[in-house]
Design a protein around this ligand. Structure first.
Ligand SMILES: *Cc1c(COP(=O)(O)O)cnc(C)c1O
Length: 230
């Protein structure tokens, strides 16, 4: 057995502790296992040992291989770049998409969901810190995208997602995660929608994200520490 089940349980405990400290109900926070680059056997181990039924992948070919090889009752999350020519494949395989970052992608996603009769939840990815090197909606772009997302009938807009820069210090992280929480409220008010989810926090910064309202933390390296990649 690998260390992944133990690492998973430890991570859950940290989430529970942070939630308790800031008066949140830990049941409202999903620990999403980011399984990219990990071999099928380790996912199966987490499936069996920890009863995990949701995993996140960031590349279509890898997702495709895992969907075929692993049990049917797994719910797959897509967290990678949404290339236009890959959207149909993503829609066919993933029930949740975290990385929608343009009006074009929303339009295409909504059309393809109609054609395929699929109804995935999706997040709009926000580039809160405005880094040039990174994807995600910035400034007014979020509200342009939000007004389209709010009209989707096939795809289901469920919230906002962000990735903080790896080099951000705690103060910068607090600013980024609290800003995403505010932007979610602002979108709810502007577009008269309910957005239940905030997808924020990774191995290096999830306690701060939880303290600022994350409902999904996306964790890879912390869970797979010491496990060999495929
Ligand atoms: C890889 C990845 C994660 C997980 O990052 P870790 O630091 O390994 O926990 C989360 N979100 C996205 C979008 C990723 O690509």
């Amino acid at each position: 057995m690998s260390r992944a089940p133990e690492n998973y349980r430890n991570t859950l405990n940290v989430i529970r502790q942070v939630a308790a400290k800031c008066g949140r109900n830990a049941d409202e926070i999903k620990l999403l296992v980011v399984s990219k680059t990990m071999p099928h056997a380790v996912l199966k181990e987490l499936y069996d040992e920890c009863n995990i039924r949701e995993f996140a992948e960031n590349r279509v070919p890898e997702l495709s291989g895992k969907v075929e090889a692993l049990p049917r009752d797994i719910k797959w999350h897509f967290i990678g770049p949404m290339q236009s020519n890959k959207i149909r494949k993503v829609v066919k395989m993933a029930q949740v998409i975290h990385s929608v970052e343009s009006c074009e992608q929303i339009e295409k996603l909504e059309r393809i969901c109609g054609e395929e009769n699929k109804h995935p939840e999706f997040f709009l990815e926000v580039n809160v810190s405005g880094e040039a090197s990174k994807g995600g909606l910035r400034g007014e772009e979020l509200f342009e995208a939000g007004s389209l997302a709010a009209q989707c009938k096939n795809a289901d807009w469920c919230g906002l997602m962000t990735m903080a820069p790896i080099d951000a210090d705690d103060e910068a992280l607090e600013e980024i995660f609290s800003t995403l929480a505010k932007l979610k409220k602002e979108c709810e008010a502007r577009f008269n929608v309910t957005l239940p989810e905030l997808s924020m926090g990774m191995s290096g910064d999830f306690p701060i994200a939880v303290a600022h309202g994350a409902t999904v933390v996306r964790i890879g390296s912390r869970i797979f520490e010491g496990v060999e990649r495929s």
